[in-house]
Design a protein around this ligand. Structure first.
Ligand code: AMP
Ligand code: ZN
Length: 139
């Protein structure tokens, strides 16, 4: 547990939350400011700042739970689908420094518009793909 981490405090019970799932490793609870009703956050119980820090086995388990909750959203809320989002790093919109996965139930015409997309110019995609490819480190 990290002092001053809101999600660690929710895990320890110091701050209340509407829990939807809990086991020894993972907790899932309603986001206090939902993008859509039923928006859930899934967090590992061991504090890690973001996706780069989280233990690999834990990451796999976290995603297993994400899928379980997504299935429940379809059954219980009648969601037609759901978005799975991780804001990784402040520049990506991460406000809480405890790794978490957003699960947002989706319905037809729910008004949530996708991000704007652009087009590549000339040789740009080849160069970008080569750069990223060169630094993928499999461990
Ligand atoms: P992020 O921007 O990815 O770090 O998302 C953090 C999320 O945590 C936001 O969607 C907040 O609404 C949510 N949040 C902050 N405090 C609480 C809280 N006490 N209980 C539930 N959700 C929270
Ligand atoms: Zn924490």
């Amino acid at each position: 547990m990290k002092t001053n981490c809101i999600f660690c405090k929710i895990i320890s019970g110091d701050i209340p939350a509407y829990k939807v799932y809990e086991d020894s490793y993972v907790l899932a609870f309603l986001d206090i400011a939902p993008v859509n009703p039923g928006h859930v956050l899934v967090v590992p119980k061991i504090h890690s700042s973001n996706l780069d820090d989280i233990d690999e086995l834990m990451l796999g388990y976290l995603m297993k739970v994400v899928r379980l909750i997504g299935r429940s959203m379809k059954k219980s809320l009648g969601a037609n689908g759901y978005n799975v989002i991780i804001n990784n790093g402040a520049v990506a919109g991460q406000l809480i420094d405890h790794c978490h996965v957003h699960l947002i139930p989706r319905h037809p015409k729910d008004g949530l518009t996708p991000w704007p997309q652009a087009k590549y110019k000339d040789d740009e995609p080849r160069k970008l793909a080569a750069k990223i490819k060169a630094n993928v480190i499999v461990c």
